[in-house]
Design a protein. Structure first.
Ligand code: ADP
Length: 394
């Protein structure tokens, strides 16, 4: 019998799945189902990282995509027994500070929170539905992107709006918490003295945000009420004067749906470059618009490192993660270029090598690159929840 824990990360049109053993950090298999719908595409990788065979079939919904992933995994692991399924859930509101076992009450609360993350939460719930149907009786564990930020002081939790809106849930929740949780944990292992200090973690991927982590706890984040705020992203705008939204409604006659589509899907690097949401493509492109898109990304990142450091009264380390943070030597070096006043100075040789520590030897502030691993955070949480449940039942 192959006992395992499954992790699910359900996006609007994608499903990332990983199969973890009951202990250990390396997944036994992974899958990415993309463009769920009529043109769905599935890639499965087995223990050696090599492609697994998947029978051709239906990828029209999250449920059918999950069924095909499991069929594919069963080819290599015919006697698979799942102990738990861990889910990435974007919004846990102010209630969930830690992973929980999914019950009908939890689902009801997550559905209540759906209007706060309309582009993500319904898909996360679809993932729970699909997994509950596929694996009846197997505990489902919800792991929240907001949970890591529940330690924010009130001034970083509130907007200066009429008070009743705060009570109705209009707050700065912060996201990417699973990634920050992983990176903070890694930092604790690698450099405990930095973990105990003031750290800015820059998660720079297709979605991008920064988090101020003081003594292991999040005290501020660039993302707030939604996953739109803060840094510009692949297709999301980042920080925006709310007056722009009013103008678009009142003068340009745009509907809420049209504005939402623009801010989430047609802005950021894609909107500015008119070319691509992908940093690699922009780095390789030779148009003024592509260069300006990178300039804007770098400038806003520099500003936000300053803002996060200010929230902690200083900075001891800057950590890069996410696709851009882990791989783009250019973006890392350009962001750090104007942060000498914070004691940040990188060693260009180490940066070019993508070394784990890229700050120069005599720099006051350490700069690290720590590849993130949200799936592992989910798998560990799922294992813990199952172990606790077993202890409680013993
Ligand atoms: P997601 O938020 O969807 O998980 P990722 O963390 O995978 O996204 O980050 C995707 C981004 O990372 C893309 O903009 C991609 O171009 C960028 N990226 C990946 N590798 C490189 C590289 N070698 N150089 C520059 N950018 C890179």
């Amino acid at each position: 019998m192959t006992k395992a824990v499954l992790t699910l990360n359900a996006g609007s049109s994608s499903l990332k799945v990983a199969l973890f053993p009951v202990s250990g950090d390396k997944p036994m298999a992974t899958a990415l189902a993309d463009r769920i719908g009529p043109d769905g595409h599935l890639v499965l990788k087995g223990p050696s990282g090599l492609p697994l065979e998947a029978a051709p079939g239906d990828l029209s919904s999250h449920a059918s995509a999950l069924a095909r992933v499991i069929e594919g995994f069963r080819v290599d692991f015919p006697d698979l027994e799942l102990l738990a399924v861990g889910h990435r859930i974007v919004h846990g509101g102010d209630k969930y500070e830690a992973p929980v076992i999914v019950t009908p009450e939890v689902v009801a609360e997550l559905e209540r929170l759906s209007p706060f993350a309309p582009l993500h939460q319904p898909h996360n719930l679809a993932g729970i539905d699909a997994a509950s149907e596929a694996f009846p009786g197997v505990p489902q564990i919800a792991c929240f992107d907001t949970a890591f930020h529940r330690s924010h002081p009130w001034v970083n939790d509130a907007f200066a709006l009429p008070r009743d809106l705060y009570d109705k849930g209009v707050r700065r929740y912060g996201f990417h918490g699973l990634s920050y949780d992983y990176v903070a944990g890694e930092l604790k292992n690698r450099a405990p003295h930095l973990f105990e200090g003031r750290v800015v973690i820059a998660h720079l991927g297709n979605g991008a945000s920064m988090c101020a982590v003081e003594n292991g706890r999040s005290v501020a984040s660039t993302m707030g009420f939604s996953a739109l705020d803060g840094l510009p992203m692949g297709t999301r705008c980042g920080q925006l004067d709310p007056g722009v939204v009013l103008y678009l409604m009142q003068q340009e006659g745009m509907s809420a749906d049209e504005i939402s589509d623009m801010l989430y899907r047609r802005s950021g690097l894609l909107g500015l470059s008119g070319l691509s949401n992908d940093m690699r493509t922009l780095e390789g492109a030779d148009t003024p618009e592509a260069r300006q898109a990178i300039d804007y990304f770098v400038f806003r990142a520099q500003r936000e490192v300053g803002a996060m450091a200010a929230a902690m009264g200083g900075i001891d380390a800057l950590v890069f993660c996410g696709g851009i943070g882990e791989h783009s030597r250019l973006v890392r070096s350009r962001i750090c270029e104007r942060l000498g006043w914070m004691g940040i100075e990188i060693d260009h040789g180490l940066n070019t090598e993508n070394a784990p520590v890229i700050s120069s030897r005599f720099a006051r502030t350490s700069v690290l690159v720590i590849p993130t691993n949200e799936e592992l955070v989910i798998a560990r949480a799922a294992r813990r929840c199952v172990a606790r449940k077993a202890d409680a039942g013993a």
